[in-house]
Design a protein around this ligand. Structure first.
Ligand code: ADP
Ligand code: MG
Length: 231
């Protein structure tokens, strides 16, 4: 198999991991509220769509309209890709475990196949696993989704909340186990200043930078400042 890299669209990040995410990986982007996980996911989809790929956004948080608006605020016109059918948004209802489960089991595999998506986003794993009472249900559902996407050949990006700001593990402790790669977003306090930093914690089958790098969220989305040091 050739070593194909999937571009994240995030300036500075691809060069931290040898050109991009190895194709067919499942990558989890972890961080607390407001660190930019949804932005990261949208930017990743936008990059693929603009490169002519097809994509699926599985959302447990925002509906299609809100997602379009958020993307638009960064200058990403997702609407045109929805209209052309190259982007599909699937909204899952966190309150309705039964219908969500049946959607995942009965519709998702066929759906991914039909769409021919090469990029799939799940935003967020934490909201998905929160729907279920039992650990086994959480695990089985998440693993089922991850396997379904992996079998399709697509490259997946999952977002997850961290348990607490100081530790790099997800709230449900599950997300990282489905993952070939983990990227951690974090707030950093220096005196009265708060900045944001990123770290590629793990990325299978590629060399990657392990250093913590600052990133900013601006009008064009996330930029990682690879040349800057973070102390
Ligand atoms: N259009 C924009 N331009 C610049 N920054 C933005 C824009 N929209 C949101 N942000 C910043 O991104 C942050 C939210 O990012 P988001 O991706 O929703 O985080 P998360 O999904 O991790 O909660 C906001 O707190 C804000 O600081
Ligand atoms: Mg979010």
């Amino acid at each position: 198999m050739t070593d194909v890299r999937v571009h994240t669209g995030i300036s500075g990040l691809d060069e931290m991991m040898g050109g991009g995410i190895p194709r067919n990986h499942t990558v989890v982007v972890m961080g607390s509220f407001g660190t930019g996980k949804t932005t990261f996911a949208l930017q990743y989809l936008w990059e693929g769509l603009e490169e002519g790929e097809k994509a699926i956004f599985i959302s447990l948080e925002e509906g299609e309209e809100a997602i379009l608006k958020t993307a638009e605020s960064y200058g990403w016109d997702l609407a045109k890709h929805l209209e052309s059918g190259r982007l599909v948004v699937v909204k899952l209802e966190p309150a309705d475990a039964k219908s969500t489960l049946s959607k995942i089991r009965n519709e998702l595999p066929e759906f991914i196949k039909q769409t021919g998506a090469s990029r799939v986003v799940l935003d967020s794993v934490s909201l998905l696993t929160m729907m279920f009472d039992h650990e086994s249900e959480k695990r089985d559902t998440l693993f089922y989704i991850a396997k379904t996407i992996k079998d399709s050949g697509a490259t997946a990006l999952f977002t997850a909340e961290v348990k607490d700001e100081n530790h790099g593990s997800s709230r449900d402790g599950l997300a990282e186990y489905t993952a070939d790669g983990v990227i951690l977003l974090r707030y950093k306090e220096t005196g009265t200043d708060i900045s944001t930093v990123l770290r590629v914690v793990k990325m299978r089958r590629t060399e990657h930078m392990r250093r913590v790098k600052p990133y900013t969220i601006g009008v064009q989305g996330i930029t990682v400042h690879v040349d800057a040091e973070s102390f």
